[in-house]
Design a protein around this ligand. Structure first.
Ligand SMILES: Cc1ncc(COP(=O)(O)O)c(C=O)c1O
Length: 484
């Protein structure tokens, strides 16, 4: 969905006109071994098709010239010519004047609002705009192969009813094992699989909150969690970000008699902050003393880029807290798979609340996530490399827009800029005319106002798109700041 709730399913503007290419050597490394029994041209065409399907070769990537590929792969020129011909016939490549052969996703890539945000009224979407309202990356390279393996497992399931309101057992086990590996004793009975982390939050709110219950939330925060809390009838009470003011967080809990705190200790959205071990101990103590339920959103926890943070999960500090997680940021938002880990005392109530919302996540997607967790899980090296490159490209906003400052996050998916003037809403309006969709700082404020000197730029986009976005935002900011 687009801002304002409009369903968006457009073709991406992603990379039109931008020069993305793959070298013959890199393509050679990515292709499977040739094996016997298949003509070489077919091996090459199938290999490229598989790389496109798996998200390793992106739409609009220029393939090596026939001559370069002949040298690299040790095949004949006829083989490469024929393979490129097959790819063109099947819609996986096109010949472009002056650019040689260029990869195509048949039908074109389809964008989806990665992180639909509850902004403003419904309005028509400019499909050529670069959408930086979303902090959600494309599918992890290799996901299409995981789907293929999952399809092979389906015969075991289709004989049954297909409803798994708590999740299929192999995924619940894989999720529990991951918690154990991270130092949090967990048995599969403590795990419920959901259709994403947002649905997980909704189930927990429904299970434990009564209308008017005070819930402490750091401000800024993830806007969809806020609107879900509001729909649950909670009284949302803003608190400062934990590392900035720990004592105030304690005071807020006492003052309002908090029933719950929604916390994001690992790569907080939008700031990217990570709580230290002592922050975690301290907040765990606050929850214990206040009798409040800690609800920990770990959606971003595995998105570290530079080095894995040396901290234990919040559930290792506060064993009674409830944790929600998601496959959206490490694997793909389109899977719509998330989970809840809760203490035994709460899991029954949460399971009942969940079945009042929906009756389980799709089996195929659960198998895909189980497959990926059993193979190690986490962000792939390739996804991390892409995010680091896009982060570097977007950090150039600091050079292009005088006075813009940011604390470079070591993970998460966003840059949370400080602007020299409180003109975030104006910037969003002007940027849209320059072909970039942004979310204003106020959207992340717990009370829906303020934070006008902030803007969030997600870097879960292609590096070339990020560089183009920088040009467009810099032009928009020049206009906004000169109109003071
Ligand atoms: C902090 C946070 N929590 C939850 C979600 C929703 O995740 P899911 O796609 O698993 O519903 C997001 C998505 O951006 C997020 O950033």
């Amino acid at each position: 969905m687009a801002p304002g709730g409009l369903v968006r399913s457009s073709h991406c503007a992603q990379s039109g006109g931008m020069d993305r290419r793959i070298s013959a050597r890199r393509l050679g490394e990515l292709l499977d071994d040739r094996g016997a029994g298949r003509p070489a041209y077919q091996w090459l065409a199938d290999g490229v098709r598989q790389l496109v399907a798996d998200g390793r070769l992106l739409h609009d990537t220029r393939l090596p010239s026939e001559r370069e590929l002949v040298g690299e792969l040790g095949v004949s020129r006829t083989t490469v010519t024929r393979a490129y011909g097959v790819l063109r016939d099947r819609g996986f490549a096109s010949a472009r004047q002056g650019s040689g052969t260029v990869v195509q996703v048949p039908g074109g890539p389809v964008a989806g609002g990665g992180e639909p945000l509850p902004t403003g009224p419904v309005q028509p979407i400019d499909v050529d705009a670069i959408d930086l309202t979303c902090s959600a990356p494309p599918a992890a390279p290799g996901l299409a192969s995981a789907y293929a393996r999952a399809v092979e497992r389906m015969p075991s399931f289709v004989a049954g009813a297909g409803y798994f309101p708590l999740g299929i057992s192999e995924l619940r086990e894989a999720i529990a094992d991951r918690f154990v590996a991270r130092g949090v004793p967990t048995d599969p009975d403590q795990v419920i699989v959901t259709t994403g982390a947002l649905a997980a939050l909704a189930a927990v709110f429904r299970a434990v909150l009564r209308r008017g219950d005070p819930v402490v939330v750091e401000s800024p925060t993830y806007p969809n969690a806020l609107s879900t809390l509001q729909h649950a009838g909670a009284r949302v009470v803003g608190a400062p970000l934990i590392p900035a003011d720990r004592d105030e967080v304690t005071a807020v809990h006492r003052r309002v008699g908090a029933r719950m705190m929604l916390a994001m200790p690992d790569f907080h959205n939008p700031t990217g902050l990570v709580w230290s071990e002592s922050d975690r101990d301290r907040v765990a103590r606050v929850w214990r003393e206040a009798g409040a339920i800690g609800l920990v959103d770990e959606t971003m926890s595995e998105t570290w880029l530079d080095a894995e943070p040396d901290v234990r999960p919040m559930a290792a500090h506060a064993p009674d807290c409830v944790t929600v997680g998601s496959a959206s940021k490490t694997l793909w938002g389109g899977l719509r798979i998330g989970w809840i880990r809760a203490p035994h005392a709460l899991i029954g109530a949460i399971a009942r609340a969940r079945t009042s919302l929906d009756l389980g996540a799709p089996v195929l997607e659960q198998l895909v996530v189980a497959d990926q967790l059993e193979r190690g899980g986490g962000l792939s090296a390739e996804s991390r490399r892409r995010l680091i490159a896009a982060r570097a490209a977007l950090l150039r906003l600091g050079e292009r827009c005088p006075g813009w400052e940011v604390d470079t996050p070591s993970g998460g998916l966003n840059l949370w800029w400080r602007l020299p003037q409180p003109r975030s809403t104006a910037l969003v309006a002007v940027a849209e005319r320059h072909g970039v969709l942004l979310a204003p700082g106020s959207l992340f404020a717990v009370d829906g106002a303020g934070l006008e000197a902030r803007v969030r730029t997600p870097y879960a986009v292609d590096e070339l798109v990020a560089a183009e976005a920088v040009d467009r935002i810099a032009a928009a900011w020049a206009q906004v700041s000169s109109a003071q």
